[in-house]
Design a protein around this ligand. Structure first.
Ligand code: VIB
Length: 229
């Protein structure tokens, strides 16, 4: 495990990570991530992933903005308002570079609807952000940060270089991103430490669901999934 996962044994994050370790392991060993690491991932699959991810990160940014509005202290408000901005602005520039490199035009993006899994994950985040208390919202948002930090470092450690997907790998393996992830883990643990048993249980359910949806998002790109009808 990398630095992003340093935590004390009694925290929400420690419990959640331990409980969902098999799902993380399943993500780490997915054909999509193996092929990304060795540079053999087809452009078709990466394009599918990128276009869906561009849809996803707008929903994710909205979820972060709602978390910011629900924050129980000013530091949380700043942390998640900033993260909402970063999710849209920084990730948009990563996507814009890839869109240019891989020849995806704005028309292709706007004419491609969300896939079923992207739709489900996006709506799960928005619904949770609106309906649930602050600690549960954070638990739903956390796997997006944490799993990408772990997968980024894992892939960096075994990546064939140069690799067509270097920019993606470097973004998620980079120290700047990992510092932000550690801060989100810390805020989530602080929110959990004051939560009732009922809220804590709902945090675990939300965290698990988001982790499953992360697996499904990569799997959907691998299968080039679309609406069946
Ligand atoms: C399906 C999917 N899940 C997670 C991420 C990673 N991610 C998206 S926005 C954001 C917050 C800061 O930029 C992070 C870490 C992704 N790109 N796509």
């Amino acid at each position: 495990m990398s630095d992003a996962t340093s935590f004390s044994a009694s925290t929400f994050s420690a419990h959640a990570w331990g409980r969902d370790l098999p799902t993380y392991e399943a993500i780490r060993t997915m054909p999509f991530n193996d092929a990304l690491a060795d540079g053999t991932l087809s452009l078709e699959r990466f394009r599918h992933y990128m276009v869906q991810d561009a849809h996803y990160l707008i929903a994710f940014g909205r979820g972060l903005a709602i978390a910011a509005a629900k924050a129980d202290d000013p530091d949380g408000l700043v942390q998640f308002a900033e993260a909402a901005k970063v999710a849209v602005v920084v990730e948009r520039s990563l996507h814009a570079d890839f869109f240019e490199t891989f020849g995806i035009g704005p028309e292709e993006f706007s004419r491609t609807e969300m896939s079923p899994v992207c739709h489900h994950y996006s709506n799960f985040l928005i619904a949770t952000a609106y309906a649930e208390p602050y600690p549960v919202v954070l638990a739903a948002l956390l796997p997006c940060f944490w799993i990408y930090a772990e997968i980024g470092r894992d892939i960096l450690g075994r990546a064939a270089r140069p690799n067509p997907y270097d920019a993606w790998i470097d973004t998620y393996a980079g120290e700047e991103f990992h510092e932000a992830v550690r801060a989100v883990i810390a805020t989530t643990d602080r929110a959990a430490s004051g939560a009732s048993p009922d809220v804590l249980a709902r945090m675990h359910v939300a965290y698990r669901r988001a982790t499953q949806l992360e697996w499904m998002f990569w799997d959907s790109a691998w299968r080039l999934a679309d609406w069946p009808v």
